[in-house]
Write a protein that binds this ligand. Structure first.
Ligand code: SF4
Length: 491
C-alpha cells in the first residue's frame, strides 16, 4: 500500500504533529472534504506546509482526520484559535467552515489578497489557486482538480495524496508572489492605502515581536507589518533554522522531566550533596536515550542534510539542561524531590494578551507567547524565560519583548515576575532582568511605543513624517531590508 512520509494517520502521531505545528509563527493550509456534495460533509485531510523553500511537498504534513473529531477539535484549539500562528489559506472562508469558523484567529486569505490587486496588474486568467500557481509563480504541470475524487475512501490513492500535498506548496508560492507583487506596486510609487493593505491577520493588534522590532527600527517594523518583510538580522556563527526545532525539544525536555521517575530520583539527596555536572549529565543521558536519539534517527533518515542543525539543537539543549540543573538544585533547598519539578516548571508556551490604554486614550491590544515560566524559590519569584537560538545583535531589544510578558502577567494575575533571555546557541548566555528594573524602565515605555506604532502603520507613501529610521545606524549595514528601505522611504 502506498504510504508516503507526509501522510500521518495514527492519532498519537497526529497529536505530535499538532504540537510541532504550534511552534511555528506562520503556516500554510488546505483541506480536503469527503461527501462535500452531501448534507453532512466530513473533514478528510488537513494539509500543512511550514517551509517556504519546499517546491516538491516533501515536508508537507498531511493529517488524516477523517472521522477523528477529537483530533480536529485539538487542531482547532491549538492551531486555529492560537493568535500567535499566522494561518494562510486560499479561499479561507471555505476551509474555516470545518476549522473553527469565527473562533479562528490570525487568518490570511490569498484570494482576498489577490482581489486587492487590480486584474490588469495581476494579469492572470482568474483567481483560482492553480491558475495563480501556474500564471503567477510559473509552476509547470500543475495538478488537475480532484474535486470529483472520493476523499472518504481509505486508503487514498497516490494521485490524491500528491494532489493534496501540492496544493499547499502552490499556496506558499502564491502567497509569496502576491506579497512581492504588492511590495513592488509600492516601490513603483503606486499610492496604496496602508489601511486597506492590512489584511485579516492584523485586526488592530500587535504582537510582542513587532514591539521589539519597532524598538529596533520603526521602518523595519513598518515594512514587516505591511509586507511581512523578514526582520531577522544575520546571527554570526549560529546555524539558521533551528529555532522552532529547539523550542519544541526544550518543551519536550520539561514534559519528560515531569513524567520520568528516574529524573525525580536524581534529586533524592539533600541539595548540598547534589553535584551539578553529574546530575546535568544524567538528565541529558536519560533524555537523549528516551527521546532525542529516536527523534534524531527519524529525522536524519528522512533528510541527512539536517544533521548539522540537529547537532546544534542538541548543543543548545545541553546548555539549557545545565541551566535547569542549577535551578533545580537551588530549589531543592525548599522542596522535597517529589514536588521539586512541578514546583519549578510552572508553565510552558503560554499566550498572553492585554489591551493597553494609550496616552491619547485610544486602546491597543498586544499579544505574545513566552517560552517558559519557572519559579526561583530562593528569590521567591517567578521568572519568565525566552529562548533564543542566536546571540542577539542588541540584547536590550530582547528585553523589550520579554518585559511585555512580565507586564501582562502582572496585569492579568497580579504576579511579579523577573525575566531572562537564554541564548542557547552557539554559546550559552543568559541575560537576567529583575522585575524592579523592568518596572522602572521598560514597562513605562510600552504604551508610548504602541501609540507611535499605531501612527506609523497609518502612514502612507507620499505623506510627510514617515516612520523614522533606526537610531542604531550600525544596524542598517546588516539589515535584511536595507535595499527595500532605501527605495521605499526615499520615494
Ligand atoms: S536599513 Fe536601517 S533604517 Fe532601514 S529598515 Fe533597516 S535598520 Fe531600519
Amino acid at each position: 500500500m502506498f504510504k508516503p512520509q507526509n501522510l500521518i494517520t495514527e492519532p498519537t502521531e497526529i497529536r505530535q504533529a499538532i504540537s510541532q505545528l504550534t511552534t511555528y509563527q506562520q503556516i500554510w493550509l488546505d483541506t480536503e472534504i469527503a461527501d462535500w456534495r452531501k448534507p453532512n460533509p466530513r473533514l478528510s485531510l488537513i494539509q500543512i506546509s511550514t517551509d517556504t523553500t519546499d517546491r516538491t511537498g516533501n515536508s508537507v504534513y498531511i493529517l488524516d482526520v477523517l472521522d477523528k473529531s477529537d483530533l480536529i477539535t485539538e487542531f482547532i484549539d491549538r492551531i486555529m484559535v492560537n493568535p500567535n500562528i499566522e494561518k494562510v489559506f486560499h479561499h479561507a472562508q471555505f476551509d474555516l467552515k470545518y476549522l473553527g469558523k469565527e473562533q479562528a484567529k490570525n487568518i490570511i486569505c490569498t484570494l482576498k489578497l489577490a482581489k486587492k490587486i487590480t486584474k490588469s496588474r495581476l494579469g492572470t486568467s482568474n483567481l483560482k489557486l492553480k491558475t495563480l500557481a501556474r500564471e503567477l509563480c510559473n509552476f509547470e504541470n500543475v495538478h488537475k482538480e480532484q474535486q470529483g475524487s472520493n476523499w472518504g475512501q481509505r486508503p487514498l490513492s497516490k494521485k490524491q495524496l500528491d494532489y493534496a500535498k501540492m496544493d499547499v506548496v502552490y499556496l506558499v508560492s502564491v502567497h509569496q508572489c502576491l506579497l512581492k507583487f504588492i511590495a513592488s506596486e509600492q516601490q513603483n510609487l503606486e499610492p496604496y492605502q496602508a489601511n486597506t493593505r492590512q489584511n485579516d491577520s492584523y485586526n488592530n493588534l500587535f504582537n510582542a515581536t513587532q514591539l521589539r522590532v519597532a524598538f529596533d527600527c520603526p521602518r523595519l517594523f513598518y515594512l514587516n507589518y505591511c509586507f511581512h518583510s523578514n526582520t531577522l538580522f544575520p546571527s554570526g556563527n549560529a546555524i539558521n533554522g533551528i529555532g522552532t526545532i529547539f523550542h519544541k525539544q526544550a518543551k519536550e525536555f520539561i514534559n519528560f522531566a515531569k513524567t520520568e521517575p528516574q529524573i525525580q530520583t536524581l534529586f533524592n539527596l539533600p541539595a548540598a550533596q547534589l553535584e551539578r555536572e553529574t546530575i546535568a549529565s544524567q538528565m541529558r543521558k536519560l533524555f537523549y536515550q528516551a527521546h532525542f536519539f529516536p527523534y534524531l534517527q527519524t529525522n536524519i533518515d528522512r533528510n541527512q542534510n539536517k544533521a548539522p542543525q540537529l547537532y546544534q539543537v542538541w548543543l543548545g539543549l545541553t546548555n539549557l539542561i545545565k541551566q535547569w540543573t542549577k535551578l533545580l538544585i537551588s530549589n531543592r533547598n525548599y522542596y522535597n524531590a517529589g514536588e521539586l519539578i512541578e514546583r519549578t516548571f510552572i508553565k510552558q508556551e503560554e499566550s498572553l494578551e492585554h489591551t493597553f490604554t494609550l496616552p491619547d486614550n485610544s486602546q491597543q491590544t498586544l499579544r505574545g507567547t513566552f517560552d517558559c515560566l519557572v519559579y526561583h524559590a530562593a528569590r521567591g519569584r517567578l521568572c519568565i524565560i525566552d529562548y533564543k537560538t542566536y546571540d542577539p545583535i542588541d540584547p536590550s531589544s530582547q528585553l523589550i519583548q520579554i518585559a511585555v510578558y512580565s507586564y501582562i502577567l502582572w496585569n492579568k494575575e497580579k504576579k511579579i515576575s523577573d525575566c531572562a533571555v537564554y541564548c542557547v546557541s552557539p554559546k550559552f548566555k543568559a541575560y537576567y532582568y529583575p522585575w524592579e528594573q523592568l518596572e522602572d524602565t521598560v514597562h513605562q515605555l510600552i504604551s508610548h511605543k504602541l501609540e507611535e506604532m499605531t501612527q506609523w502603520v497609518n502612514w502612507e507613501q507620499g505623506n510627510p513624517k514617515p516612520p523614522p529610521p533606526t537610531t542604531s545606524r550600525n544596524l542598517c549595514s546588516i539589515c535584511p531590508q536595507q535595499e527595500k528601505c532605501q527605495t521605499f522611504f526615499s520615494n
